[in-house]
Ligand binder design. Sequence first.
Ligand code: EPU
Length: 431
Amino acid sequence: MEDRGAFVVRSNGPLSGTVRVAGATKNAGLKQMAAALLAPGATTLRNVDPVADLDVMIDVVRALGAAVEWVGPHEIRVDASGEITGEAPYELVTRMRASINVLGPLLGRCGSARVAMPGGDNIGNRKLDMHFRGLEAMGAELSVVRGFIEARAPVLTGARVVLEFPSVGATENLLTAAVLAKGTSVIENAAREPEITALAAMLNRMGARVFGAGSSTIEVEGVEEVAGVDVEVMGDRIEAGTYLMACGIAGGEITIEGTSLHHLELVARKLGEMGMRVSAAPSGLWARADERLRAADIATLPFPGFATDYMPLAVALLSVADGTAIVTENIFDNRFSFVDELNRMDADIRTEGRHAVVRGKPRLSGAPVRALDVRAGAALVIAGLAADGETVVFDRHHVDRGYRDLAGSLRSLGADVEAVGADRPSGEEGP
Ligand code: EPU
């Protein structure tokens, strides 16, 4: 069997110390790299890491004609001065859903694009209808031909688009397509995630005219051209949430640097309801859990709601909390597969459609389990902090897609977690 790495986790008492989150390479950096294609010049992204998904985006952007090079351990330069072709190859795009983010910039810059239908995490039926409808409203013609999205828009025209749901990816594609469109575009029911605000801020620094990002209505006045910029990628709020939940599971007192309470407000409030203290610290967040937490119900929602990406981590926490909780997943239709793995560790979780009933137990039992996607894998790792014996989380490669060095970061808080085997020990290989 192919060795895809594993985490070996043993319970080691409460956490303590300070950890710094990496930049949100997967959920913000990749999108900003795609946006760099809009400018016939060089863009530098700082605070990024060579996580697996970035490698895919680098290959995609190179295949489109841009030059990409690491200019420092956390700094990458994308030079899109040369000719950009509109074709993103199948073998790359199918490895990662975020490759779809090149569609908007390509249509804006080249007037045409041929992008393979994307792959990505196995967390439900992830459609692209809102991306398509929005781009069509702006004058693009789209069709799917033998697995490829073929898009043409000799002239993109500003339009008013009402999204059926505040999709992160659709908002990003429409936003980037609108930058070089003729006239004004309005995206209603836009996603409000901090990553969208960060993308809009970058676009504005490039010379775009984007207003209202972070609210439900984003307005974009098209401009003739934009220029490359230097961008610091925002801290990873999901990684920060991972350490908060880990602290809730193992107990202890930790400081998380490089993020902001503002990005994790609802998570902090929910953890507060459960008996944990979370507050803003000068350079990020401070958290303390003195005793076993109490169960609380959770329902995922678009930002500023409780993010779906925290859900598997929260389920791990609830599986050792005092009491029973109902967890409702409102964003993806198949994000509970990891529950079977947690139950192998003796958790008591039952699922029915979009709901999970989690009956907390004081301790779990270490077991060999499999990471099914990035957050599900991280959830199993932190569950192992409250399990007797050894937990081995196989298929570590899923986790490495989104975390620079989950094992190392947890170790710096006193946890006993090791990344073993396989291709690329997360964070241990340079650019
Ligand atoms: N959807 C449609 N039609 C569309 C677009 C989306 O039906 O045209 C549906 C999806 O099927 C899904 C829901 O809308 O059920 C939400 O999808 P969204 O477009 O908001 O998600 P995404 O852009 O594909 C990003 C993150 C995910 C995160 C979601 C929700 C990246 C690379 N991915 O995905 O991150 O869960 O937003 O916040 O930014 C993760 O980090 O673990 C992760 C999966």
